[in-house]
Design a protein around this ligand. Structure first.
Ligand code: 13P
Length: 249
């Protein structure tokens, strides 16, 4: 059985006081949760604060990006070793906002994924099609090409999480239908099996992301193929994120 993971991607949001009050309340609300993993992924500037606050909890810490080198002349970048200093377990890589707004390529993402694994971080690799891809019937081609490109340097995928995030569902209030998400997620698992073997495919956690809220999480989690959620907007409020973490089956 794969253990489910609910991860909050705060994106470029949060001041120190905001993070403190959010995490204080979240800790209270999820203190009784045992059977699923919880992660928060704040911006780099809040990793220190949040890391200290969750030391005595079951909440994991994740970052939203990293560079592949360990140190050196890479102005503005953050290395895997720096993330580990704050006890990060996860690092989101290849998020569509980085692919489409910042222009990150699969080649870049592949180097980051390889470096994260080599340095003991678990990448949450994001893939997903844009609306025009879906309308042109190219969803599967696009997702497979992102997987092939982003995982091209991985030999032994010790620990990887994949997040299927259709771009058209992100921040729009229009989530995918759970059945449609299951279609793509099953296809991702099949591809993963052909690339890394059946056992690895059975073990890899594949999340759904895109307009997940307290009112739709239960429907997603009723699907056994969906191993959790990557939550944006709704993770910025402790009560709504806690309700998502406490999805009902
Ligand atoms: P929203 O939940 O705000 O749609 O964002 C999803 C996302 O991009 C998580 O990485």
């Amino acid at each position: 059985m794969r253990r489910r993971l609910i991860a909050g991607n705060w994106k470029m949001n949060g001041t120190v006081p905001e993070a403190i009050s959010l995490v204080q309340r979240l800790k209270l609300l999820v203190s009784d949760v045992q059977d699923r993993d919880i992660a928060v992924c704040p911006p780099f500037t809040l990793l220190d604060t949040v890391s200290k606050m969750i030391i005595d909890t079951r909440i994991y810490l994740g970052a939203q990006d990293m560079f592949w080198e360990e140190k050196g002349a890479f102005t503005g970048e953050i290395s895997p070793l720096m993330l580990k200093e704050f006890n990060c377990t996860f690092v989101i890589l290849g998020h569509s906002e980085r692919r489409w707004i910042i222009g990150e390529t699969d080649e870049f993402i592949a180097k980051k994924v390889e470096s994260a694994i080599r340095n003991g971080l678990t990448p949450i690799l994001c893939v997903g099609e844009r609306l025009e891809d879906r309308e042109a019937g190219k969803t599967k081609d696009v997702v497979i090409s992102q997987l092939e490109g982003s995982l091209s340097l991985v030999k032994d995928p010790e620990s990887i999480v994949i997040a299927y995030e259709p771009v058209w569902a992100i921040g729009t209030g229009k989530p995918a239908y759970p059945k449609d998400a299951v279609d793509v997620i099953s296809m991702i698992r099949e591809w993963y099996g052909s690339r890394f073997g059946k056992d690895k495919a059975e073990g890899v956690r594949i999340l759904y992301g895109g307009s997940v809220t307290p009112s739709n999480i239960d429907d997603f989690m009723k699907e056994s193929e969906i191993d959790g959620a990557l939550v944006g907007g709704a993770s910025l409020n402790a009560d709504s994120f806690a309700r998502i973490v406490k999805y009902l089956l």
